[in-house]
Design a protein around this ligand. Structure first.
Ligand code: HEM
Length: 81
């Protein structure tokens, strides 16, 4: 798998270019931000960061379904170096 440093991930910190680290893996979620059922505003503030806890807790609302966790695979681009 391609490896990315956290500083590289940090460059992708906007709604139109949004990468997230979740559990040591790097995801480019740009394409799903607009259609996120939890709202675009939940994801945009954490673009370019390690959002593991935030994803796991839905930002304090509970936890994502298994389906949501599996859907992450569609956006996988690599892992943290
Ligand atoms: C990283 C920050 C994220 C936060 C804080 C967040 C938060 C939330 C919240 C609050 C909901 C609940 C909506 C409701 O109550 O109806 C939700 C739903 C959902 N989110 Fe996220 N989300 C994040 C990222 C993602 C990502 C990257 C995906 C891509 C797989 C995703 C997929 C989903 C799906 C499929 C749902 C529908 C409910 C479910 O299946 O759990 N979310 N999200």
């Amino acid at each position: 798998m391609k490896k990315y440093s956290l500083s590289e991930v940090k460059q992708h910190n906007q709604a139109h270019d949004c990468w997230l680290v979740i559990d040591g893996k790097v995801y480019d979620v740009t394409e799903m931000i607009e259609t996120h059922s939890g709202g675009k505003d939940k994801i945009v503030p954490v673009c370019g960061t390690d959002a593991t806890i935030y994803f796991q807790t839905q930002g304090g609302n509970g936890s994502h379904s298994l389906g949501a966790q599996q859907k992450l695979n569609d956006f996988l681009i690599g892992e943290l170096s």
